[in-house]
Design a protein around this ligand. Structure first.
Ligand code: SF4
Length: 242
């Protein structure tokens, strides 16, 4: 720790300001919510986003098209639309959630309900434009009553997730919720799982709480901010000052 009282004070003020920004962000006050997703968006991102090289985009689209017709597991029976991804594959940061909910199933895009709006605020607080990250789920079809995907369903859908993440090749993956963390094999056999770096096929993975959990339990927003700051540190980026 620095022995310079002025530096220490500046550091404390900067940390307090960042935390305040984060609190405002999750609380939805003092921070404009990013625009809601449009049903006209393609599964691979909005036109103004960097879309990645043509080959990657084309190969992801082949996977998305296959998932749209997929019947590898029982979840195909109840889906309206399969939900492959949103954002851009030309990014250093990927978020992986559990599975689509009602709104996602209707629109065919991940994280477009209330939890998705909160995730968009988290992304903005990290200093990323909404569509300059890549967002997907462990399973591409909605589980009945939004239950946690079964291990057999997650295993069947790895047919899409594994090549999807291999193609995007981010510098960091954030696993949103325990289900995502378990399926990316970053949950230790015992003890705390959140906030502990893991690795998936050579890519660092930060497991943290799911935005839907934060909506129900906002007291956990501070540890999530700490996890995302860790992610920014590894990416050599800083949260924007307000
Ligand atoms: S959840 Fe995945 S494996 Fe199951 S039907 Fe949908 S796309 Fe296929």
């Amino acid at each position: 720790m620095s022995s310079d009282p002025e530096n220490e004070l500046a550091s404390v003020i900067a940390s307090a300001r960042e935390l305040l920004h984060w609190e405002e962000t999750l609380g939805g006050t003092g921070f404009p919510a990013p625009k809601a997703a449009s049903p006209l968006q393609t599964p691979l991102g909005e036109p103004e986003a960097h879309e990645g090289d043509e080959d990657t985009v084309a190969r992801l689209q082949v996977l998305a098209d296959e998932a749209a017709e997929c019947a590898r597991c029982e979840l195909s029976r109840g889906r309206t639309k399969s939900v492959f991804a949103r954002g851009t594959p030309d990014t250093d940061l990927v978020f992986v959630g559990e599975g689509p909910g009602f709104h996602e199933d209707q629109e065919g895009l991940p994280f477009v309900g209330r939890a998705g709006q909160l995730l968009d605020r988290m992304v903005a607080a990290m200093g990323y434009a909404r569509d300059h990250v890549y967002i997907c789920n462990i399973v591409k079809c909605r589980p009945p009553d939004n239950r946690t995907p079964l291990p057999t369903e997650a295993a069947a859908c790895a047919h899409y997730l594994v090549p999807q993440l291999d193609l995007v090749q981010p510098k960091v993956i954030v696993a949103l919720g325990r289900c995502a963390a378990e399926n990316l094999n970053v949950v230790p056999p015992a003890g705390r799982w959140r906030g502990i770096w893991g690795e998936w096929r050579g890519i660092p993975v930060m497991p943290t709480y799911h935005p839907a959990f934060l909506l129900r339990s906002p007291q956990f927003k501070k540890p999530v901010w700490e996890d995302l700051q860790e992610v920014l540190r590894v990416l050599n980026r800083k949260a924007p000052n307000r």
